[in-house]
Design a protein around this ligand. Structure first.
Ligand SMILES: Cc1ncc(COP(=O)(O)O)c(C=O)c1O
Length: 390
């Protein structure tokens, strides 16, 4: 989260003064406005504002009819919540390598497809757009769903289209660490009516039939699902945050471009599937060895971070997944379900060596949308000084 101020306080005060906190029947319609803004800003037909990015991912998978007996291909480098969402839907996460862009490798996706594969789940990690043309083509050839995890890429684009709106569905996160935030929150994006109806029921299954006219015109009958309904307090904040989104992205990209332009003679950056669409949150410098990457990252004027050190973003640290503990109750555990018995993956610590290698030779340097030119120039000098020590 980069910017927040009195506008958010004013909107929150309105909700509190009205004592009108419920999403569905609120007089202020803050949640409804969030969904309208998601439609107009992002260009998606059926957005659902809910409690988290994970909730949006699970709801999308359920909306696609994915469950036990199905495989979903996820990248080896993403936050553990991506893979957990697949397990929450009852399916098996199949882990694939990343490529030089640090996003899902289309080549490895092709290798990992089996007759059980139902969906590809590309992740626009750190706001880096995935190779969506290649992924969409593979999905078309093999008749698979595509669910984009854009939880770290709110508002980013790929060839002019907003991330999360290219596949059959997408998920955004508005937790504290994201480009925009309402504390905790998320959104499912889809143009697919069937996915929308299933997901809307799933994410609010006890209330859906009783409040408002949410199921009017539905061809789907209600079923037991979950309670991921958001509220008007979070929506009040998110309404303002969404109106800030494009300005934040503009400043992030401007500052990242300035850094890259002034460092291009001394640094090698990771390639991008669409540099214009990249969210600009992260400068990613590539080195020939982990040793050099670590020396650079530790330099006092850099204070960088190697993605290999980001804990639960690297598959080998997804402990409950790697150790196949898919639920509290054994009969509810997808790793133990009869329908999955032939497709439980054989996860190994070293199963994605390309991913581990790439993540240990890159250093992330954070980009701040509010840096002054003097601060950016100081950062450039600091990085140049660190490069000289290698
Ligand atoms: C790539 C990715 N996917 C999913 C999530 C889950 O989002 P949330 O925390 O809103 O549930 C996160 C959260 O950090 C994430 O980074």
């Amino acid at each position: 989260m980069y910017r927040m101020g009195k506008e958010e306080i004013q909107q929150l005060a309105k909700v509190i003064e009205a004592k009108d906190l419920f999403k569905v029947n609120s007089g202020l319609q803050q949640s409804h406005q969030v969904e309208t803004k998601l439609q107009t800003i992002l260009g998606t037909k059926h957005p659902i504002f809910m409690t988290s990015g994970h909730a949006a991912l699970v709801s999308a998978l359920v909306g696609m009819g994915i469950g036990p007996g199905d495989e979903v291909i996820v990248p080896a480098y993403t936050y553990i919540a991506t893979a957990m969402a697949v397990v929450a839907a009852g399916a098996m996460p199949v882990i694939a390598e990343i490529d030089d862009t640090l996003t899902l490798s289309p080549e490895d996706v092709e290798r990992k497809i089996t007759k059980h594969t139902k969906a590809i789940l590309p992740v626009h990690i750190q706001g880096f757009p995935c190779n969506m043309d290649a992924i969409m083509q593979i999905a078309k050839t093999h008749n698979l769903y595509v669910l984009e995890d854009a939880c770290q890429a709110d508002g980013g684009t790929y060839l002019g289209k907003r991330l999360g709106t290219i596949g059959d569905a997408g998920a955004l996160s508005f937790n504290f660490y994201k480009i925009i935030s309402c504390g905790e929150g998320g959104a499912l994006l889809t143009d697919n009516r069937k996915i929308f109806e299933n997901a809307l029921i799933y994410q609010d299954s006890s209330a859906i039939a009783f409040f408002g006219n949410q199921m009017e015109g539905f061809s789907t009958e209600g079923f037991c699902g979950n309670e991921y309904r958001s509220n008007e307090l979070c929506a009040a904040v998110m309404n303002v945050q969404l109106s800030r989104l494009d300005d934040i992205l503009f400043d992030l990209r401007k500052n990242k471009n300035y850094l890259m332009e002034n460092l291009k003679d001394v640094c090698e950056f990771i390639p991008s599937n669409d540099a214009k669409g990249d969210c600009g949150t992260t400068l990613a410098v590539r080195f020939e060895s982990e040793e050099k990457a670590r020396k650079f990252a530790e330099h006092e004027s850099v204070q960088g971070l190697l993605p290999i050190d980001t804990g639960k973003h690297v598959y080998k640290h997804w402990t409950p997944i790697m150790e196949k503990r898919g639920a509290c109750h054994p009969l509810m555990d997808p790793f133990k379900m009869e329908a999955n018995k032939d497709i439980v993956p054989d996860y190994k610590q070293d199963m994605c060596p390309i991913t581990l290698d790439k993540l240990s030779k890159v250093v992330y340097v954070g980009v701040d949308p509010d840096s002054t030119k003097a601060e950016l120039d100081a950062k450039i000098e600091g990085i140049k000084a660190a490069m000289k020590t290698l």
